[in-house]
Design a protein around this ligand. Structure first.
Ligand SMILES: [Zn+2]
Ligand SMILES: [Zn+2]
Length: 142
């Protein structure tokens, strides 16, 4: 079963009807790489189906999160960003231009594990977010 079918099933189980708009948003977003705000998604999805409104985008993204296909990120004070659930990764965020770099570091993962163990924690998840100024923005400052 593909993701869209699974999502439709999730919607049905929640007592909602699947709609063309919701399907279009989900289908479009499943192909997206990276991190987009509801506003950006709305702007781009409108080109696919002009009858889609912002609140439908917003609610559909929440449903996609609840269904486990999409993850909502909150980087600093910025508005929520959505990304497709993929292999675990962490983020570097530029506080000047908003650029986001994804990374995975085995050493950091292991260290977090050992910190959790030190405090008797059974680690279930974590968010590692590094904030700074990216190399492009630093060049602009010089
Ligand atoms: Zn930057
Ligand atoms: Zn990411």
């Amino acid at each position: 079963m593909d993701k869209l079918q699974k999502f439709r099933e999730f919607i049905r189980e929640g007592g909602l009807k699947s709609t063309r708009q919701r399907d279009d948003i989900a289908t479009w977003f499943f192909e997206v790489k990276g991190h987009l705000s509801a506003n950006e998604i709305y702007r781009q999805v409108k080109a696919v189906n002009p009858s889609i409104g912002f609140s439908t985008v917003y609610r559909t993204m929440k449903l996609l999160c609840e269904a486990g296909f999409v993850q909502e990120r909150h980087f600093g004070a910025a508005e929520a960003l959505y990304e497709n659930v993929s292999q675990h990764h962490d983020h570097c965020i530029c506080t000047s231009c908003g650029k986001i770099i994804e990374f995975g570091d085995e050493q950091i993962e292991r260290l977090q594990q050992s910190v959790a163990e030190r405090f008797g924690f059974d680690l279930r998840s974590h968010k590692m977010e590094l904030y700074g100024i990216c190399s492009n923005c630093r060049e602009g400052v010089r």
